[in-house]
Design a protein around this ligand. Structure first.
Ligand SMILES: [Zn+2]
Length: 138
């Protein structure tokens, strides 16, 4: 089974396109991979990119490049597979949809450049004074 396209470990950009509404098939997002996301997105907008985006354009929806991550075609497939098991689907990864889930944060952390890492503020360590067992005498 020869698969056309770049090798699974090619580093490029995994991108998420948000549609301004749902297609007749009920889709509002498209996830893809490209070595040249600007060119690829322009192709999607021209209605030639993929079946889903072509349908969205034909139905009068607007396409927005909602999120990108540095990643490989293997990452793209992994996310597609994971999203299938989540009710909200790609909306959980989309900044244009007001939902967030932990899995999405995890994906970003694994794939994104360092600037996308979640930095948690360090808890201040308060050294308490132990009273129990003190040998204080009156
Ligand atoms: Zn969205």
């Amino acid at each position: 089974m020869a698969r056309r396209g770049p090798p699974d470990d090619s580093v490029g950009v995994v991108y998420l396109i948000h549609f301004s509404g749902r297609t007749a098939a009920g889709h509002q997002h498209y996830l893809g991979w490209s070595g040249d996301v600007c060119k690829r997105f322009a192709r999607h907008k021209s209605g030639k990119g993929a079946v889903e985006t072509r349908k969205a354009i034909a139905e009068g929806l607007k396409l927005t490049l909602a999120q990108t991550w540095r990643g490989t075609p293997a990452d793209e497939r992994r996310i597609k597979e994971e999203r299938r098991h989540v009710r909200r689907g790609f909306a959980g990864l989309c900044p244009f949809c007001e939902v967030e889930d932990e899995l999405a944060t995890g994906l970003v952390r694994r794939m994104g450049p360092p600037t996308l890492r979640v930095v948690r503020p360090r808890a201040e360590v308060v050294v308490g004074v132990a009273h129990r067992g003190s040998s204080h005498r009156i």
